[in-house]
Design a protein around this ligand. Sequence first.
Ligand SMILES: [Fe+2]
Length: 130
Amino acid sequence: MARYTINDRMSEGFADHRDETRTQIQRLKDVFAALDQPAEGQRSLTPAGLENNRRELEAQIVDDDLLNAASLNPGLMTERVEMTAYEGLTTIAALVDLGGDVQHPLDSTYDEAKSRFRDLELLWDRLSPS
Ligand SMILES: [Fe+2]
């Protein structure tokens, strides 16, 4: 992405992020190695892909807190993605002046995703050891 942007600051940011991501990937590979497990990529971060992952985990987990965490995590991920998507869409809609018929439904959807995310975060906080 760094080479496809015409904004130098964005290009530098994408390049830094790329390098950081490489380090993060290596760190995750180290974690899997420490667990003596294969490091397999997640092919889909779509809601359907996350639901498949949740179902696979559910079949292997017997502890209730772990099961709740395994269910909540994809929900949190989905809402974060939705929030980011709607933030971008509302910004773009405003930049090209698409008007209230476009802007308002996008704003409402963003607000709902944000509200849902906060609800899930509260549930998550009750699960997470502090
Ligand atoms: Fe949602």
